[in-house]
Design a protein around this ligand. Sequence first.
Ligand code: FAD
Length: 311
Amino acid sequence: MTSVLDRPLRGAILAAADNSLMRKAVSRYGMRLGAKRFVAGETVEDFLSAARAANARGFAVACGILGEGVRGSEEAIAAADQYCALLHTFAEQGIDANVAFKLTHVGLDIDPELAFDNAVRIAQAAHDTANTMRLDMEQSTYVDATLSIYRRLRERFTCVGFALQSYLFRSRDDLQAALPLGPNIRFVKGAYLEPPAIAYAKKQDVDENYARLVDTALSGEGYTAIATHDPRIIARVEALVAERNLPKRGRYEFQMLYGIGTPLAETLVERGYRVRLAIPFGNYWFPYLMRRLAERPANLAFFLKEALSRG
Ligand SMILES: Cc1cc2nc3c(=O)[nH]c(=O)nc-3n(C[C@H](O)[C@H](O)[C@H](O)COP(=O)(O)OP(=O)(O)OC[C@H]3O[C@@H](n4cnc5c(N)ncnc54)[C@H](O)[C@@H]3O)c2cc1C
C-alpha cells in the first residue's frame, strides 16, 4: 500500500498531524516508539555518526535539519547558520554529504526575501566548500516561490538544485522551463495531500508521470536525482540509462530516505551507482514522521502496535 493509492487514509493521517493532542502525545513518545527508524537522532553528533556510517557503506548523504513553517526570523537565521556550519564540518571532516532544506525552515512564511538571503548564505557555504545544496519542494502553495528563489540563486551559483513532484500536473511545464539552465533536479512523487484539481490522484498516473519527467530530464543537460524507493521505477531508469549509454556517475544519482528501502539502495551501490541517503536529524521530527506514516499505512500499524505493547 502506498501514499497515492490510499488517499482517504493518507488524508486522515496528515489531518491528524494537525491535531494538537495527537502532536503532544506523539512528540512525547514518538522518538522512542518509531521516529528513530526514520531520523538519525536529535543532535548534530547523532547526524554525523549516521552520515559517517552511511559513507562507510558506500552512500553519499543529504543532510536535512528537521524544521518547517518557522514563524520567527531568529529561528530562520539560526537554521541557515546551522546549515552553513554543517557544510564546513563536512569539508573539514571529509564527510560525503550535501544539504537539502525547506524554504519555510529558513523564513519563507515570514518574508521571501529573508528566505532568499538565508538560501544565498547556504549556497555560498556550499560553493566555498565545493559542495552542493538543494531546495526541497513543499506544499503546492510554495512551488512558485520556491522556483523563483531557485532561479535567483541559479543566477549566482551553479551548486544549487531543487525538487519536482510528479503528482503535480504543473511539474512537466516547470521542468521544461528549467531545462535551459542545465538544472540539478531531484524527482519525487510528492508527500503532501494535494487537491485533484492540480494533482494526479491515482498512483499509476503519478508513477507514469515520474517516469516521463525523469526520461525528459535525462535527455537534457544537467543532473538528475531519482529519489524513490519504487523498484519498478528504478528498474525502468536502469534500463533507460543503459539504453542511452549514460555513465553510472556524473549525470544522475539515486536517492532514498534514511530507514526506507535500504536493501534496494545497497544493491544499487553494489552495481556501481551513486546513491544518496537523505538523513534528517533534529527535534522537530513530528511532521516528517507523519508524512512517512502516511506514505505507508503499514508503518502506522507498526507504530500503534509499539505504542500499545508499551502500555
Ligand atoms: C531523497 C528523497 C527526498 C524527498 N524529498 C521530497 C520533497 O522535497 N518533497 C516531497 O513532496 N516529497 C519528497 N520526498 C518524498 C516522496 O515524495 C515520497 O512521498 C516518498 O519517497 C514515497 O514515494 P516512493 O517514491 O518511494 O514511491 P511509493 O510508490 O510511495 O513507494 C514505493 C515503495 O517504497 C516503499 N516505501 C515508500 N514509502 C515508504 C515509507 N514511508 N515507509 C516504508 N516504506 C516505504 C514501499 O515498499 C513502497 O511500496 C522525498 C523522497 C526521497 C526518497
